[in-house]
Design a protein around this ligand. Structure first.
Ligand code: ZN
Length: 122
C-alpha cells in the first residue's frame, strides 16, 4: 500500500474513533444530567482509563466498531494494515474506502458470513 493511502486510511480511522468518543462524551453528559456532575471533556484524545470505563454506555455494535478501529490503528503502526487476517491477501481498496476498519478481504468476509471460519480477532 502506498504511504499516502495509508495516511488517508489512518486519518479516517482516527476520525471514526473521535466520532465514537464524542458519542461516549454525549452519553456521559446526558447521564450526568441531574446529578450536577460535570462531564469530562474527552476531546479527540486517545482512550483514557476514565473513558474506557464509560464504554459501557455504548451499544455492543458501537463497541465492536471502536475495537476494530483501534485494532486497525495498531496494524497501521505494525505495518500490516490492509492485509486480510484470514488469507494474508490484500484487502481491496474499494472495501477499505467503504470500511477503513475492514479486517478481511471480500472473499474471506463472505466465508466468514457463511460461518466457514471463526472470527479470530480478540
Ligand atoms: Zn482474505
Amino acid at each position: 500500500m502506498r504511504k499516502s493511502d495509508l495516511k488517508r486510511y489512518e486519518k479516517l480511522l482516527l476520525q471514526k474513533r473521535a466520532e465514537v468518543m464524542e458519542r461516549v462524551r454525549a452519553l456521559r453528559a446526558s447521564e450526568a444530567e441531574g446529578s450536577g456532575e460535570e462531564a469530562p471533556d474527552l476531546g479527540d484524545r486517545a482512550l483514557t482509563t476514565a473513558s474506557r470505563d464509560m464504554l459501557y454506555l455504548l451499544s455492543t455494535g458501537e463497541r465492536a466498531v471502536l475495537r476494530r478501529v483501534e485494532n486497525s490503528l495498531a496494524r497501521v503502526s505494525a505495518g500490516t494494515y490492509g492485509k486480510c487476517l484470514h488469507c494474508d491477501g490484500k484487502i481491496q481498496k474499494g472495501r477499505l474506502d467503504a470500511v477503513p476498519w475492514a479486517r478481511y478481504c471480500i472473499q474471506c468476509q463472505e466465508l466468514l458470513d457463511r460461518g466457514e471460519f471463526t472470527d479470530q480477532e480478540p
